[in-house]
Design a protein around this ligand. Structure first.
Ligand code: AGP
Length: 622
């Protein structure tokens, strides 16, 4: 996905756009560019690389003047990250500039059409083709349609006509040098929000880019087309005239989307996790009934009790949280749970029973595959609940109901606090579903008490950061890792492997501990460390024997154990102690040392922890 921002108002656009792009860089950072409209001319600058490696320097040394501007930070989908393929892109006339997040699927046929008309293209991108399409319709406007007091503004008219031909997804900002006081935005499938300021207005991919200027926002819906002036706006749709809209309020402060004193967003977000759990449980624990309660499920207790099957779709780290959810819900509520990779579920013809409840889990609320999984579930007539972090995101709005994480913005590309928050919410959801079935009041009370202790337990683990860093440095040059765990600990092993992979580029695999015997153990040698999740639980002896099998092949071992374990120290190469809690709560604690291990290894290897190569924070393309 990419980050886009537009500004129209009284201030100079360039500094606002550059700062907005910095706040959107986690969405993609292959290249960046800006365009500013001034005195009927469009001035563009675009560079391969991160913003501070080129664009920001230019903006400082040779600022572009103008109060209408837009910018783009790119995660490449079509064409290599080069200066030419960076956005903004211009139409054939050079009069219209656009920035775009999404994929124009029919760009090839459109490109051929324009090539035949003699158009020349400067890039390999689908976005440039869209710019030419808009420019083509603009050139063909009748004199009537070109009048600025027409019902639909001429630029918006050209955009609407062009978008009727588009197959694919878009979030776009468009400016035209004939109209120095107008900016047009439109979306389908890629997020775009409008910031309503005081004699200034904004367009952005998400709230982080504009929360410092305004908290009044409109979340655009698919097919919305908005025309913005400095002090006014007109909402339409691609096919209709005036369209409805709702002004919402951003819930968080600008500061919570900044690094503060931390070296990286990821480290800040790891250290926020005690508070993250508090935010997730706040107002949701019902001590009277020893259960949990949620305000936004939009389902009655009778409807929830009628659920006899649950399907959860997600991607990446959210999929790992879903896997913990499977163990939680099956244990507490005895409801069969199916976990599906959203990218597979959307095309698979999975037989789903009538009384199935579908959950989608997502930090961003914009992941294309997860959104498709939601729509597939709804298409089949099932209720869909979302567990999501971003208020007003597409998935949150299209679900029939849901639970917000309230974790605050997660900027680091590697998801950390969102995972802990998702597992906390799933624990409460499992408790709720269990208590309206056969889960006892006493057991419910134990779970509530254990949940309340988690923030302090997390804080205690975070205090071991220096010790964990020391261990991490010992293994930072290894090229292969294994992560092992059984039952509730297995999804955490997968999550630990993903964390290490995505920020340090080390090959890492997570497995159910016993599964190693069925092939993967062939990989073990003295250069291949294994991180083994070994809490004192009902399967301790079984998992301990897997540890012995690793050691018998000279594999280095790092054990994550509970504090009551007094004999493991001399049996492994390194050990990290964590507080003891119920087996079903262990994922919330075990994941913390794995996050810190990965973080310190990645830093030691000189990797860009917050913006790892090839990645983006939310994958809004297939
Ligand atoms: C996790 O560290 C990754 N950034 C990635 O796997 C992420 O979890 C996945 O893309 C899903 O994103 P979502 O939770 O926003 O849907």
């Amino acid at each position: 996905m990419c980050g886009i921002i537009g500004y129209i108002g009284k201030q100079q656009a360039s500094p606002i756009v550059i700062e907005g792009l910095r706040r959107l860089e986690y969405r993609g950072y292959d290249s960046a560019g800006v365009a500013v409209l001034h005195e009927n001319a469009i001035h563009t600058r675009k560079r391969k690389g991160k913003i501070d490696e080129g664009l920001a320097i230019l903006a400082k040394e040779d600022p572009i003047v103008g109060c209408v501007g837009m910018g783009h930070t790119r995660w490449a989908t079509h064409g290599l990250p080069t200066d030419e393929n960076s956005h903004p892109h211009l139409d054939q006339s050079g009069n219209i500039a656009i920035v775009h997040n999404g994929v124009i699927e029919n760009y090839d046929s459109l490109r051929k059409r324009f090539k035949k008309k003699g158009h020349d293209f400067k890039s390999e991108t689908d976005t440039e083709v869209l710019a030419h399409l808009i420019g083509d319709y603009y050139a063909e406007l009748s004199p009537e349609e070109k009048k600025e007091d027409a019902t639909t503004h001429p630029l918006a008219q050209a955009v609407k006509s062009a978008l009727k031909e588009v197959v694919g997804t878009y979030g776009i900002v468009v400016i035209c040098k004939d109209f120095p006081d107008v900016m047009v935005g439109a979306r389908r499938g890629s997020p775009l929000i409008v910031g309503i300021g005081n004699e200034e207005n904004f367009l952005a991919s998400d709230a982080n880019a504009i929360v410092a200027y305004t908290k009044r926002v409109i979340y655009l819906n698919d097919y919305d087309v908005i025309t913005l002036w400095q002090d006014n706006f007109k909402m339409e749709t691609v096919t209709e005239g005036d369209s409805s809209y709702k002004i919402s309020k951003i819930e968080y402060e600008a500061e919570s989307a900044e690094k503060g004193d931390y070296d990286h967003f990821m480290l800040k977000e790891i250290f926020e996790q005690a508070q993250t759990v508090k935010n997730a449980i706040r107002g949701r624990l019902d001590y009277e009934e020893s259960t949990a309660k949620f305000g936004g499920l939009n389902m009655t207790i009778a409807e929830l009790r009628a659920v006899d099957h649950i399907v959860i779709t997600a991607c990446g780290t959210s999929w790992h949280a879903a896997l913990v959810g499977e163990y939680l819900i099956e244990e507490m509520a005895h409801i069969p749970v199916e976990i599906e990779y959203a990218s597979e579920f959307r095309y698979r013809n999975a037989p789903i029973e009538k009384n199935t409840l579908c959950l989608v889990i997502t930090q961003s609320g914009e992941t294309a595959d997860t959104l498709a999984g939601l729509r597939e579930s709804k298409r089949r007539g099932h209720k869909v609940l979302s567990i999501c972090n971003v208020v007003g995101s597409t998935i949150a709005r299209e679900a029939d109901g849901g639970i917000y994480l309230h974790a605050g913005p997660e900027i680091g590309v590697a998801s950390t606090k969102a995972f802990v928050s998702q597992v906390t919410v799933l624990t409460m959801f499992a408790l709720l579903m269990g208590r309206i079935r056969m889960l006892s009041n006493r057991r419910g009370a134990q779970i509530l008490k254990a949940l309340e202790e988690v923030p302090a337990q997390i804080q205690k683990i975070l205090e071991q950061n220096d010790k964990i860093k020391e261990i991490a440095l010992k293994y930072s040059q290894c090229e292969d890792f294994f992560f092992l765990g059984r039952q509730y600990n297995f999804p955490v092993a997968l999550e630990g492997a993903l964390k290490l992979k995505e920020i340090s580029y080390i090959h890492a695999e997570g497995y159910p501990a016993a599964e190693m015997k069925h092939g993967p153990i062939a990989m073990i040698d003295e250069k291949t460390p294994t991180v083994i999740l070994l809490p004192t639980d009902g399967l301790y002896e079984k998992t301990y024997s897997n540890l012995e099998e690793i050691k018998a092949r000279k594999g280095p071992t790092i054990a994550i154990v509970t504090e009551d374990n007094t004999h493991i120290k001399d049996k492994v190469d390194d050990v990290i102690y964590i507080p003891k809690t119920w087996e079903c709560m262990m994922p919330l604690l075990e994941v913390i040392p794995l996050q810190l291990l990965s973080y310190h290894i990645a830093v030691a290897r000189g990797c860009d922890v917050d913006k790892p190569r090839n990645l983006a924070k939310s994958v809004t393309v297939e």
